[in-house]
Design a protein around this ligand. Structure first.
Ligand code: MLT
Length: 229
């Protein structure tokens, strides 16, 4: 498990990178792709998002947040609930405070996939045959975030249930932390710093949605785009 600031491009070569920003960037990506969006273009800055939007000829939406709040003038914020039952087959340009930053450091990975609690089962099935896996937790300001850690822990617990796998020390702690709290995931998410920020912003329903929904998709990041193969 690595936090965003610990990702060193060279150390990811040949490995499968699993990006987690459960509250809420990867949850928004999964929900939008599962509900008709055809592609997500993750970008780091607001300026980059605006420039890309101005240069993109195809119809698209532009979305994002800073500190949880929708960016002024953008079509949407970063609420997964905004993307449920959409029938659009559009591209989505997305910039978020922490989540979209991870991708620039993962260009050298063998494969990069997107995980949240929403697509846990599909991702675990897909990871079964993979050798070296690195969970990249977006965190907050590059630092540790409990919500991403428990999500990684759930994935690790499920992967180790049927396979003999060698775990790093952080992976062991994440797995134990998940096992200890598995009956109170929603509470753990709400109590995390990211969760508390969302509660303060009146977005508690996003946390409930993320803790209970399920989409059977595995989105891949390649060549600056995220899509389901
Ligand atoms: C982020 O990228 O920092 C988050 O997804 C923030 C949020 O919208 O909750």
């Amino acid at each position: 498990i690595l936090s965003a600031d610990e990702i060193v491009a060279e150390e990811i070569i040949g490995k499968v990178a699993v990006v987690i920003d459960v509250l809420r960037a990867t949850s928004t990506m999964i929900t939008s792709l599962a509900n008709g969006y055809k592609q997500i273009l993750p970008v780091v800055s607001i300026e980059e998002a605006k420039e890309l939007s101005a240069s993109l000829k195809e119809k698209h939406f532009i979305a994002g947040e800073r500190n949880g709040v929708k960016i002024k003038g953008f079509d949407f914020g970063n609420s997964p609930c905004d993307y449920i039952k959409s029938s659009v087959r559009k591209k989505l340009i997305l910039t978020t405070t922490n989540g979209t930053k991870c991708f620039t450091r993962l260009q050298k990975a063998q494969e990069v996939i997107i995980l949240s609690l929403l697509n846990m089962k599909a991702v675990i099935d897909w990871l079964q045959k993979k050798d070296e896996i690195v969970f990249c937790c977006a965190g907050r300001g590059g630092q540790f975030a409990l919500d991403d850690f428990i999500t990684a822990g759930k994935a690790i617990a499920q992967l180790s249930a049927n396979n003999q796998i060698k775990l790093s020390d952080t992976a062991k702690v994440a797995c134990d932390f998940y096992s200890y709290n598995k009956k109170s995931i929603l509470k753990t998410l709400k109590n995390s710093a990211s969760g508390q920020n969302l509660v303060k912003l009146g977005k508690e329903s996003d946390i409930e949605f993320i803790a209970s929904g399920e989409f059977s998709i595995v989105p891949f990041y390649k060549d600056h785009k995220i899509e389901v193969k």
